[in-house]
Structure formats: structure tokens, C-alpha cells
Design a protein around this ligand. Structure first.
Ligand SMILES: [Ca+2]
Ligand SMILES: [Ca+2]
Ligand SMILES: [Ca+2]
Ligand SMILES: [Ca+2]
Ligand SMILES: [Zn+2]
Length: 614
């Protein structure tokens, strides 16, 4: 099962009901203040601090704070041990002891503070993160390597908490920036950002904690003198001998690195791509239960049409190092933002006969995800020590899948991967690269008057690359799909059963047509399976008021929606518990697509549909 790949792009109707479980919140009893402070600090003279934190506390919240000897004139120590104010006069280097108290007890920490005048100097260094490889044996902590933190925002911060400057790490994790101050530390944010500029790409990706007020993840180094070289900063995975034993600081950077890789991939096809802002929510509490997202109950890793949610619960299912999974979800964002996805979302599996829109969306996510990570293997780790695999799919294993076809997400990812890759295998002699995928996606696929599916995609691809027609047909044939020549899949039927409807019924003005819903019975949920939604298409040649009437022959719970060309907004919708429904609206000239669903999934009934002017 691709349990991971639930799209939730559009949840049409009231078919999906969440589990709605409660869940307990974690109660952290950490005890007395646990302080850490650097041995030597330099506060810059004539610079104002605003509630600067020089003592790190990992215990319960501090309620009062004192220091001996007193801080110099101009500086104020607050009850939470933060410092504000400014030093103007000359003060000798002095050792200070801070004592912090909370409801449990008190702790002291000592540091020597020097007061100095600012200089102009360069800060330069390298930032990396712990990357845990995923293989057929699950996550291999023993083989952890350091990878560069690429393109992330770096802030330089002084002792008084002032941001002295901002820059980004390079593609090799290096940064260099000139600042004015005395000593400073670097803080690397789980954020990729570039502001819009004409003719250039721009982006804004952030990894945040949905279980901690949506806080942006960040990691800091220690204080060093400006003008000296800073030691390499490596963000730790937090893995101990046999479990996570400290903060899993590297996880957000592993996820961010997939956003970086995705962005780089798209830029190879479109150098001025504008990426809409994206928040990626990850937490060590994110687990496979539905309910309250603030408690980490995110159901599964998914894209909700706006943001990504990624699993992180240790010994259950973590996804931060499952690069294919993160890239799959990121690809849903890419498809939704740069193209159009009509996927209905919901649970689905590799062998299911799916709604054509879902089959395409999920196959696309897996295939483009694997293009981004440059690996034909899609893996998803889970279980104790993340040592098992939930999914292991070889995208080059096409040609002999049990349920191959245009309704199979596996066939879709095999096909897209063969179009893209330059490794010839069974049925594959084509190497169009990523540019071809992107080109079709942002234009013809985005604006297709049909629902988005393998039919709209392949038809557009053949229009763009007419000389490759035979090679494209060979690739689809390899997945038991005869040549595709039409966005509506003419000649294909609504499911595999004999007498099933054409995939799309054609409506003509004033002519009543009938369709016979013929529900597929594979898979756990019928709502997104092949045959549940019935598709129709029609063309309006003169603008005016039109009415669509649907009559069932048994008790129904009908809904229909009509869309025009590239738009995802319905121009005409109707729902009813009755046997007949109708709706009217002004329709302009153009091509329309329509879906009808009977939520009762009533068998042996006929639906009569009529489009009338007026
Ligand atoms: Ca996983
Ligand atoms: Ca292949
Ligand atoms: Ca190929
Ligand atoms: Ca291939
Ligand atoms: Zn998915």
C-alpha cells in the first residue's frame, strides 16, 4: 500500500470521514533550570540589546533570575534571565554568576563577559547536516554521512541578540558575510528564500513544527570573534546508540534539502520559475493518526493543497530521511502550483484500479519524486529503529505488473519515468528528460478541458513531440495501454467489466443520454476508485442559459459538478438526496467536463442526463 501517498488535494463530497481520535498531550516535567552558557562572551559597547538570551535553559521555565556582581550600568537583567539595554562606558572584563529559579529549584552558571568596541570583519564557514541513508534494510544510522546544508538562510547574531547580517549557504554549504560587531554566532534557518526579480527564479520554503506553534526550525553555532574563521557547524541527527537520544535537529534540514533538490530540478527546465511559498510541517510527534494536527495527528505524510505534512514519530514511521516520500509530497505541490491536478485524494494502493485523476496524481508524485532524488527506487522506512520498509518500488520494473493500466498509479509512474530517463529497458527507447515533462505540465496539461489523467498528459506529449509518437506508444503499450490519441480516452471504458460506459459520455444539447454506473470493487475505499465518478464532456457553441438534469432509477445521493477548460472552479454544481437533480447557469462558449457521483453507490441503476438550453 502507498499509505503515504494520500493526496487530499480535493476532497469532493462527504465520502471520507476521519478517524477523529482524541489523543493525549505530552506533559513534560523537566525540573529545575538546566542552564548552559559559554565560558567567554563579548558584549558590544554602544549597541542595544532587546531581551537577549545568553543563558540557554532546557529545564522548566525560569521565574526569577539574579546575577553577581551586578551588570554594568545600562544593562538590565529580567526575571527570565534575558538581558536588555546598552553599555556606554569602559567596563573591565568580569566574571558573572547567574542564578535562575523556577517552581522546582534553582541553578547557577558562570561566564566571563568582556565589553568591547565593534569592528568590521568577515564571518565565514560551512554548514552540514547528518544524512541517514535509506536502503532495503531501512535507515542505516551506522552509515550516516554529512551533507551540505544547501541554500539555507543564515543569520549572524551578537550576544545581545541583534541580527548583524543575513546570507545564504551555497550549494556546498558555505557562507561568508561581512558584519560589524565583536563576537557573534551563526543561526541557520530551515528556510530557503529568494525574493522575486524579473527574469529570475524566486522561492520561499520553510520547515516548521506544527506541534510547537508552527515555529520555524533553526540551529545555532557558538559565539566566536568576528574576523576569525568559524568552525564547521554540523547539524546532528540526534541518533544515539540505538535510538534518538538528543534533539533531532538535522531532520528539518534533510526535508529542506529535498525542497532544494526539487527546485533545482524544475529550474533545469525553467530558469525563471516562480515557486509559490510553501510551509512544510514536520515534528517528532507527527504520526499516522487523524485528529488534531497540533498534537501531530497528521494521518500520513501528505499535501493538503497548501502545505506539506511529514511524519516523524520514532519507531513508528518517520519520513524525514525517506527522500522519495518527501519528494513525492513535494511533487504534489509542484503539480498543483505549476499545473493543475483534479485528483480526488484518499487512500490508494499500487494494485488498485483508481479514479483516473488520482492514478495520474499519485503516479506523477512518485515518478517526479524519484526524478528529483535521482533514484529509480522509491522506498519508505518504518517500524522499530526505522529498520523496515513499508514500500519498495522499482520504477523500472514496468511491463509485467499484475494490474497494469491507465487506472494504475504504478503504470503512470513507470510511464512517466521511461519518458524521462535515458536508460532503455523493456518497451523504452525514449529519453526526453525533465524538460518534456515540465513543458507539457505547465501548458497543455494545465489547461486541458478534460480531467487531468494519463490520457490528457500523453495526448499533449504526442502533440509536443510528434516524431516520438511510436516510442511513446511503445511505452504505454508496455503498461497494457493501447495507443492514446485523445484527452478523453476514446475507446476506453469506465472499468474493466463488459458493458461498462465509455470513459467519458458525450452530451449534446437537447439529447437525453444514459449511463450505467458500474462500481469497481477493488481496494478498501470506493470513493476514489475507477467507476465511482462518471465522466461526461460537452461543448457550448453559443453563450446562454443552460440546464443540466440528472435522473436516477433508484434512491440516490447524487452530486454533479461542471468545469470549464483550465479552471478548477465549478461553473455548475448540484447535490440532492432525491432521485432527480438539476441545475442551471449561464455558460460561455467553450469545452466543458462534468463528473457525476452517487454516494449511495446504488447498483443496477441507470442515470439519465440531459443538457438543455434555457
Ligand atoms: Ca517512513
Ligand atoms: Ca522502464
Ligand atoms: Ca527512457
Ligand atoms: Ca527506462
Ligand atoms: Zn501522494
Amino acid at each position: 500500500m502507498f499509505k503515504k501517498s494520500i493526496g487530499y488535494l480535493v476532497l469532493v463530497g462527504a465520502v471520507f470521514v476521519g478517524c477523529g481520535s482524541g489523543g493525549s498531550s505530552e506533559n513534560n516535567l523537566k525540573g529545575i533550570p538546566i542552564l548552559s552558557v559559554e565560558e567567554n562572551l563579548t558584549i558590544t559597547k554602544n549597541v542595544t540589546g532587546k531581551n537577549a538570551t545568553i543563558l540557554e535553559n532546557s529545564g522548566n521555565a525560569i521565574t526569577s533570575c539574579r546575577v553577581t556582581p551586578d551588570l554594568p550600568t545600562g544593562l538590565t537583567l529580567h526575571d527570565d534571565c534575558t538581558i536588555s539595554g546598552m553599555v556606554e562606558e569602559d567596563v573591565n572584563k568580569t566574571e558573572y554568576t547567574f542564578t535562575a529559579t523556577n517552581s522546582v529549584g534553582e541553578t547557577s552558571a558562570t561566564t566571563t563577559i568582556e565589553f568591547a568596541t565593534a569592528i568590521i570583519g568577515t564571518i565565514a564557514g560551512t554548514i552540514s547536516y547528518d544524512y541517514v541513508p535509506l536502503t532495503d534494510r531501512g535507515l542505516e544510522y551506522a552509515n550516516t554521512i554529512k551533507k551540505p546544508v544547501r541554500g539555507a538562510v543564515v543569520e549572524v547574531i551578537d550576544v545581545l541578540g541583534n541580527v548583524l547580517g543575513r546570507t545564504d549557504t551555497s550549494s556546498t554549504g558555505q557562507y561568508s558575510i561581512e558584519v560589524t560587531g565583536t563576537t557573534a554566532k551563526v543561526r541557520v534557518l530551515a528556510k530557503l528564500f529568494k525574493s522575486p526579480a524579473t527574469g529570475e527564479a524566486s522561492w520561499n520554503f520553510k520547515v516548521k513544527d506544527n506541534t510547537n506553534g508552527d515555529a520555524l526550525y533553526a540551529t545555532e553555532g557558538s559565539f566566536h570573534d568576528i574576523g576569525t574563521s568559524f568552525p564547521k557547524l554540523n547539524v546532528s541527527s540526534g541518533w544515539g546508540a540505538s535510538s534518538y537520544s538528543s534533539r533531532r535537529a538535522a531532520a528539518p534540514f534533510a526535508i529542506l534539502d529535498i525542497a532544494y533538490a526539487g527546485m533545482e530540478k524544475i529550474k533545469t527546465a525553467q530558469s525563471d520559475a516562480i515557486f509559490p511559498p510553501l510551509n512544510i510541517f514536520w515534528s517528532v510527534n507527527n504520526l499516522a493518526a487523524s485528529g488534531n494536527i497540533k498534537l501531530g495527528q497528521i494521518t500520513t505524510s501528505h499535501f493538503n493543497g497548501e502545505s506539506l505534512y511529514i511524519l516523524g514519530k520514532e519507531d513508528q514511521d518517520t519520513d524525514e530521511y525517506d527522500t522519495g516520500v518527501v519528494a513525492h509530497e513535494w511533487s504534489h505541490y509542484y503539480e498543483a502550483m505549476f499545473s493543475r491536478s483534479d485528483s480526488v485524494g484518499g487512500p490508494h494502493g499500487e494494485g488498485d484500479q483508481l479514479d483516473i485523476r488520482l492514478a495520474f496524481g499519485e503516479g506523477f508524485g512518485t515518478s517526479v519524486g524519484c526524478m528529483i532524488i535521482e533514484n529509480k527506487m522509491y522506498r519508505d522506512s518504518l517500524g522499530t529503529k526505522q529498520a523496515q520498509l513499508a514500500v519498495r518500488e522499482d520504477l523500472e520494473a514496468g511491463g509485467h505488473r499484475a494490474n497494469a493500466g491507465w487506472y494504475s498509479e504504478a503504470s503512470v509512474y513507470d510511464i512517466l519515468y521511461d519518458i524521462y530517463d535515458s536508460h532503455d529497458d523493456t518497451g523504452d527507447r525514449l529519453s526526453l528528460g525533465f524538460e518534456a515533462i515540465h513543458k507539457v505540465l505547465i501548458d497543455k496539461q494545465k489547461n486541458t478541458p478534460a480531467f487531468t489523467s494519463i490520457f490528457s498528459f500523453i495526448t499533449a506529449l504526442k502533440e509536443e513531440y510528434p516524431l516520438e509518437k511510436d516510442k511513446i506508444d511503445a511505452i504505454t503499450s508496455n503498461e497494457s495501454i493501447s495507443p492514446i490519441n485523445d484527452i478523453y480516452g476514446k475507446g476506453y471504458r469506465g472499468n474493466r467489466k463488459i458493458n461498462a460506459n465509455p470513459l467519458y459520455a458525450s452530451l449534446e444539447i437537447g439529447k437525453r443520454i444514459s449511463i450505467y454506473p458500474n462500481y469497481n470493487t477493488t481496494g478498501s475505499s470506493l470513493a476514489n476508485k475507477l467507476g465511482t465518478y462518471n465522466f461526461l464532456e460537452f461543448t457550448i457553441l453559443s453563450e446562454g442559459q443552460y440546464t443540466i438534469q440528472v435522473d436516477g432509477t433508484s434512491k440516490t445521493d447524487l452530486e454533479f459538478n461542471v468545469y470549464k477548460e483550465g479552471s478548477k472552479d465549478s461553473v455548475l454544481s448540484q447535490t440532492s438526496l432525491g432521485r432527480s437533480i438539476s441545475g442551471s447557469n449561464n455558460l460561455s462558449v467553450g469545452r466543458y467536463r462534468m463528473e457525476i457521483i452517487d454516494y449511495n453507490l446504488a447498483k443496477n441503476q441507470t442515470l439519465y442526463i440531459q443538457l438543455n438550453k434555457g
